[in-house]
Design a binder for this molecule. Structure first.
Ligand code: AN7
Length: 357
């Protein structure tokens, strides 16, 4: 039987740590839409090109698939029989799916009651060994690092360098599509693996002359979980954006390096700002992302408003996860929507339409 690969390792294999004999563990990830916003720039009255990289359209609904295809491919190549991660939800879903694909076992540590419903549903369905802990992501992460020294499991959190390798391909795709790097790249930041990966991708393309420049990197955190803004680790992170409810980022130095080398910055957005940006994207552009993902747009909009990101700029915001991941938060934001219930008659339907026109 011949196997047809369609994922990002196949596309970018010359720039990834694979060989002719590597078996790619793929679900067709990557090649996600780069959508130019049409209504929001007009709404805010600014002359800016804003694109969103809609990573929610990856196979498990988040950008984690980029890193996981690479990390699981290498784990299998090295003979590993099991992977493990701590997760706020998306990493666990991706790890579980790619482990199934590879025929190995996945153990995932998640903070009890603090992962979004869709992510839990996925992880259960893929059949991972779910270990719920009475503690947050940071506690889970330190347990994972400890246990990996005592048990035959490969860590697939973003401290695994192959995760970063896979995730850097998002920057390649953006340059391939726009013809060069954007002026600014805005990202939500939790563990800071993704901002590290984008910076690596942009830097590699610039070094080999595929891109003429690198973007200014702007990292945005939730105000209740903002160690990069505090300048130190945060012990009890809290935010509605549970994906980035992280107080002890694992890629601390690398993210600061991206910020410094690019002339960029970190900033914090309140939960209210994050949810407003999420709703705005849905209601004005038809793009539904999860709360954490909207942190990038919330940050970009404020910095465009203040002129920190000047008019005339080309801006890419990464939308890291699909809105369907967290239906509870979405529905609770739409309490005013009042769906009507009517008799199932032509007259009743007609009346609703005419009343609304
Ligand atoms: C939607 O799944 O850490 O800064 O355990 O799910 O690379 O950590 C998720 C992180 C942004 C932050 N947006 O990325 C996990 C986890 C979404 C996310 C981030 C996450 P990093």
């Amino acid at each position: 039987m011949s196997t047809r690969y369609t994922g990002l390792i196949e596309k970018y294999k010359d720039r990834l740590p694979v060989s002719e004999s590597t078996r790619f563990i793929s679900l067709g990830e990557g090649n996600t839409p780069l959508i130019q916003l049409q209504n929001i720039p007009r709404l805010i009255g600014k002359d800016v090109d804003i694109y969103v990289k809609y990573e929610g359209l990856n196979p498990t609904g988040s950008f984690k698939d980029r890193g996981m295809t690479m990390a699981v491919t290498k784990a299998v190549e090295e003979g590993s029989q099991a992977i493990i991660c701590a997760s706020t939800g998306n990493t666990s879903a991706a790890a579980a799916a790619y482990a199934v694909r590879a025929g190995i076992k996945a153990f995932v540590l998640i903070p009890e009651g603090k992962i979004a419903l869709g992510k839990l549903a996925q992880t259960l369905m893929y059949g991972a060994e779910i270990i719920q802990i009475n503690g947050n992501f940071d506690a889970g992460m330190s347990l994972v690092k400890e246990v990996a020294d005592h048990a035959p499991v490969t860590i697939v959190n973003s401290i695994n360098p192959f995760r970063i390798e896979g995730q850097k391909t998002a920057a390649f795709e953006i340059v391939d599509e726009l013809g060069d790097a954007p002026d600014f790249h805005c990202l939500p930041v939790g563990n800071a693996g993704n901002i590290t990966a984008y910076w690596k991708g942009y830097s590699e393309y610039a070094e080999s002359g595929v891109a003429n420049k690198r973007p200014v990197m702007c990292g945005y955190q939730a105000a209740g979980a903002a160690p990069f803004i505090a300048g130190k680790m945060v012990d009890n992170p809290e935010t509605v954006a549970t994906a980035i409810r992280i107080g002890h980022p694992q890629s601390w130095d690398k993210a600061w390096n991206a910020e410094k080398e690019s002339g960029g910055w970190f900033d914090a957005k309140t939960d209210a700002q994050i949810l407003a940006a999420q709703k705005m994207l849905s209601q004005f552009e038809g793009v539904f992302c999860e709360p954490a993902s909207a942190t990038s747009l919330a940050g970009a909009l404020e910095d465009i408003g203040s002129g920190k990101i000047p008019e005339g700029s080309k801006i890419v915001c990464t939308l890291t996860g699909n809105g369907l991941k967290d239906p509870d938060t979405a529905i609770s934001q739409c309490k005013d929507a009042h769906p009507v219930t009517i008799e199932a008659t032509l007259d009743a339907v007609k009346k609703v339409i005419l009343d609304q026109m």
